[in-house]
Design a protein around this ligand. Structure first.
Ligand code: ADP
Ligand code: MG
Length: 244
C-alpha cells in the first residue's frame, strides 16, 4: 500500500456564518501530484492555511506524515515546503543572499544547496546576484519555489503557483513541478486552471463552495469526459464554469 503523506479528515472552516471549507476528506499518497481544483472562492487557500498550521480548523483534522498539524502542533511541517501567495524577500538583497539568510536556520542546508536550488529553478548565477527588487513576477515566483525547496521537503504545497505568470513562465513552472514529482517529491497543487492541473496531476479533487464535488484519478475522470473542464461543468454547472 502506498504511504499517505497528507490526510484531511472532515476538515471544516467557518468564517463567522460562512462555511468556507465544508467537510473535506482526502488523501495524498507519496510520490503523486495531487490537484486541488476549484473556482475563486471555493476554499482552496483556506484549506491550505489549515494544512500549513496557519489557521485552526473549526472541526476535522489535518494529518501530515501521520502527525496532526495545528497552529500549536506543527512539527510534521518540517517535511513540508510551501509556495503560497507572493512570498516576501528582502528587496535590496540578491536571491542568493535571501536564500543564504533563510538557510541559516536550517542546519542541513549549506551554500552548495542554495546554489543547487537556484540552478534548479533557473535563476542563473548572474540573475541570482541581482537585488530581488529588480526581479520580474516570474523571477520572484522562481525564487519562491527555490526557497520552498531549500530544506528538501517531502511534500510541496503550492497555492496557485502560476498566478501572474506569462504563458512561458507557466509552462516552466509546470515542467519544474513535473521534474520534482519524478524526483519523488509529493506535490499538492491548488489551481483554478483545469488545463494546468490536467497536465501535471495524477489525481484531483474538485472543490466548489467549500465542498469536494468530484475526486479521482485524472485518467478515470477523463474516461467519461472530454477534458477536466467538461468534468467541472458536469459537477458544478454553468455558474461555476463561468467563474473559473
Ligand atoms: N479571513 C477571511 N474572513 C472571512 N472570509 C474569508 C476569509 N478568507 C476567505 N474568506 C472567504 O472564504 C471563502 C473561501 O476563500 P478562499 O479559501 O480564499 O478560496 P480560494 O482560495 O479557493 O479562492 C470565500 O468566500 C472567501 O471570501
Ligand atoms: Mg486562493
Amino acid at each position: 500500500m502506498r504511504e499517505t503523506v497528507l490526510r484531511l479528515e472532515r476538515l471544516t472552516k467557518d468564517y463567522g456564518s460562512l462555511r468556507a471549507v465544508d467537510n473535506v476528506t482526502l488523501e495524498v499518497f507519496a510520490g503523486e501530484c495531487f490537484g486541488f481544483l476549484g473556482p475563486n472562492g471555493a476554499g482552496k487557500t483556506t484549506t491550505i492555511g489549515m494544512i500549513l498550521g496557519l489557521l485552526y480548523p473549526t472541526s476535522g483534522r489535518v494529518v501530515v506524515l501521520g502527525e496532526e498539524v495545528t497552529p500549536t502542533r506543527n512539527a510534521a511541517l518540517r517535511a513540508v515546503g510551501a509556495l503560497v501567495g507572493a512570498p516576501g524577500f528582502y528587496p535590496y538583497l540578491s536571491a542568493r543572499e535571501n536564500l543564504r539568510l533563510l538557510a541559516r536556520v536550517m542546519p542541513e542546508v549549506d551554500t552548495a544547496r542554495v546554489d543547487e536550488v537556484l540552478a534548479f529553478v533557473g535563476l542563473d548565477p548572474s540573475a541570482a546576484r541581482r537585488a530581488v527588487k529588480t526581479y520580474s513576477t516570474g523571477m520572484k515566483q522562481r525564487l519562491g519555489l527555490a526557497a520552498a525547496l531549500l530544506h528538501r521537503p517531502r511534500l510541496l504545497i503550492l497555492d496557485e503557483p502560476t498566478n501572474g505568470l506569462d504563458p512561458i513562465g507557466m509552462a516552466e513552472m509546470r515542467q519544474r513541478l513535473r521534474m520534482l514529482v519524478e524526483q519523488g517529491v509529493t506535490v499538492f497543487l491548488s489551481s483554478h486552471l483545469l488545463h494546468e492541473v490536467e497536465q501535471i496531476c495524477d489525481r484531483v479533487a474538485i472543490l466548489n463552495h467549500g465542498r469536494i464535488v468530484a475526486q479521482g484519478a485524472v485518467t478515470t475522470l477523463l474516461a467519461n469526459h472530454r477534458d477536466l473542464e467538461d468534468v467541472f461543468i458536469a459537477v458544478v454547472g454553468e455558474q461555476g464554469e463561468r467563474r473559473m
